[in-house]
Design a protein around this ligand. Sequence first.
Ligand code: NDP
Length: 468
Amino acid sequence: MTITYATLLSEITTPDGRDIFDPATGELVGKAPFRSVEVLDAAVARAKAAQPSWAARTDEERQSLLVRAADAIDAATEPLAELLSREQGKPLNGPNARFEVGACANWLRATAATDLPGRTLIDDGETHAEIHYRPLGVVGAIGPWNWPMMISIWQIAPSLRMGNTVVVKPSEYTPLSVLALAHVLGTVLPDDVVNVVAGEGDLGARLSSHPDIAKLMFTGSTRTGQAIIKSSAETVKRLTLELGGNDAGIVLADVDPKAIAQDLFWGAFINTGQTCAALKRLYVHADVYEDVCRELVEVAKTTPMGRGLDEDNVLGPLQNKAQFDIVAGLVAEAKSSGATILTGGTPEADAPGYFYPTTLVSDIDNSNPLVTQEQFGPALPIVRFETVDEAVDMANGIDVGLGASVWSADLDTARTVAARIQAGTVWINSHGGVHPMIPFGGVKKSGYGLEFGIEGLAAVSAPQVING
Ligand code: NDP
């Protein structure tokens, strides 16, 4: 049966649910079922009961079901993208809603195509040892509101591939997107293999302390990641923690500012800045500082922001009021410190939605809160440097390290600088691109554990050695 926006919404909403509003307009999107801890416990029990028969399927069967799930997502792209756009705020076009739905399908296919077979470790006549990757059981997944569908798939796809079942607790801001995704997956997958329980207040803590959750995957703030480490201690749960960051970009003196401006811009402003591995602090060599600032302003002024369902827009609102207030507060503080607002910085008074204009801030001190704190929105501080050592020190000077980037015409120089940066990924002449075959994870307080590729499959399995 063809899934339309209306049928999708009717499948996932409930008359007595929590109102979910469009952050661009304030209009009601739908009423999401917000459930209790008892409902979560029941979902974990169902996932636990479903896991042995899911694990007992052949690997080929699981691969084929993941591919069919990708096909089902492709077939439902438009209703899924419309719902995502209405609930999250991101535009349909650009690297936004349609892109995110497409990424879900791509990730499922790539995960289906990635193998982590057991292998012989030693076979020398005296010792025979093999390693095998067994399922863990039930994986818990707590996802954020910035890329709600894609990050859920990052958690679900490898877990399923390795024979686990999953219980997802979506962000209270974007439950409908994840419920919709699970509904589409459910048209193909067996019952209870993927379970989504939306709610707020105590579900996350319950999932992270639940005795029947073998592993928890979390993407969100460092503060909540720290709470999860504590609440998972009793059950010695395995954890993958993707806790965001404050990515630095270092632009060396030999760049062509005009040529890199678009990529720099999108490195920072993808999803209107609400991306864990977005460029959040830009360090530019003094020789090209004015030119890079000018070119970025050009791009900013010609990149349309507005309601996501209008096909022309590629930047949207902040997803929620709390995040709007964080961005507005940090920019106000930067302004009052004497930094220069090159563009943006003044949201339209009394306009509907949480729109904050694309903002570029120059002549800002490296110790300013807009630089040292994660803004997670469309406001980029641009700091001048004189020497590479100074830039590397500033990039490494904070306690998170998810991504970073180096921009230079000379690849060897860029790679040498990249090796000195404390971050899980350092991109060269781009920022933030992820790939289902390339492991991704942070250092310092950006968390631990790798996602994607073979390492991502290993992270949702229990390695078992057979020795003898
Ligand atoms: P949080 O990072 O605080 O995460 C909220 C989620 O965590 C909810 O699902 C909540 O569920 C759950 N949770 C809360 N406490 C616990 C706990 N003790 N154990 C387990 N789960 C728990 O999200 P916010 O929306 O508050 O975002 C805060 C900041 O995080 C943003 O300003 C931004 O800087 C950053 N962020 C980073 C993202 C990234 O991609 N890395 C994505 C989104 C935000 P429950 O309500 O049931 O407790």
